[in-house]
Design a binder for this molecule. Structure first.
Ligand code: SAM
Length: 272
């Protein structure tokens, strides 16, 4: 092996090990251990996700599933609506664990599942080219882009661009919007959803959001969402505000990620 080849083999091994451990801070072994131990606490949110996806109907028979990990929060019956699923995740454990949670059953139903270990966000244009007829589901991955890139501004710009790349496709995403500590002295928040539609492309301090029938400033809407989760202290903004185009109706739902550290998740589906 030449010195250059040796260096690139070391680099590939280091990336593989890092992604195995924590997938750039967004998954990996850390995530699987936490998810496996939290499944019961996550049940109400898993049911809200299943209810949301049950309402997603598309004629596409081919799904590109991005960042699904083992599919800890995904309902198998929704996946079973497709004939072929291409799974993209950087975590080397995904084929084994997604296989156990979903693919075994899907394969019994004659559904093809193929695995790809690659960065599906940086490589999105090539994926769309390879799979011209597929719809896409980003499975709680876009809200972690700023951790992976280590740059919030760059992540926000990339996230705002995705919808333009995806023009003409059916696609959807579940992603973090805010996360942070909740008030441990209050009763646990209720698992209510909010119908949330961003109304314009104005900067955050001037933007308007419709929640149900009421129009709010973005700041008021965010406070309402955080208030429902009994937020306390400083919450993290995952810079996903502009993933969906203005006018896209989305569902906000709470998630007890840890007993007293919750996330506000947004789910939406876009038809071409
Ligand atoms: C928070 S976990 C998702 C959890 C998943 N929805 C579940 O129910 O278990 C984020 C996942 O996205 C993967 N990931 C992060 N960035 C990615 C990228 N650029 N391309 C593909 N997968 C990515 C991580 O490896 C991890 O499995």
């Amino acid at each position: 092996m030449s010195v250059k080849n040796k260096q690139s083999a070391h680099h590939a091994l280091a990336t593989w090990l890092r992604d195995l451990a924590n997938a750039g801070g967004t998954g990996g072994l850390n995530w699987h251990v936490h998810a496996a131990r939290s499944l019961q606490r996550w049940l109400p949110t898993r049911e809200l996700i299943a209810a949301f996806l049950a309402g997603v109907h598309t004629d596409d028979k081919h799904l590109i599933l991005i960042g699904c990990s083992a599919g800890w929060m995904l309902p198998t019956p929704w996946l079973a609506r497709f004939e072929c699923i291409d799974v993209y995740d950087i975590d080397p454990l995904v084929p084994l664990l997604f296989g156990l949670r979903h693919a075994r059953e899907l394969k019994q139903q004659g559904i093809t599942v193929r695995y790809h270990r690659q960065d599906a966000i940086a490589g999105l244009p090539a994926l769309l080219h390879q799979h011209p007829k597929a719809c896409l589901w980003f499975d709680n991955v876009l809200g972690q882009l700023s951790f992976r890139l280590g740059d919030e501004d760059m992540a926000e710009r990339q996230l705002a661009q995705l919808k333009h790349l995806l023009k003409g496709r059916s696609w959807g995403s579940l992603h973090d919007v805010y996360s942070g500590p909740i008030d441990a002295d209050m009763p646990l928040p209720a698992y209510d959803t909010l119908t949330w539609t961003r109304l314009d492309d104005l900067p955050e301090d001037a933007a308007r959001v419709r929640i149900g029938e009421q129009v709010h400033t973005h700041e008021e809407a965010a406070q309402l969402l955080l208030g429902k989760m009994h937020a306390k202290g400083v919450w993290h903004d995952h810079v996903t505000r502009t993933v969906f185009a203005p006018g896209t109706s989305t569902t906000m739902m709470p998630w007890a990620f840890k007993p007293h550290y919750w996330h506000g998740l947004q789910a939406g589906w876009v038809r071409p």
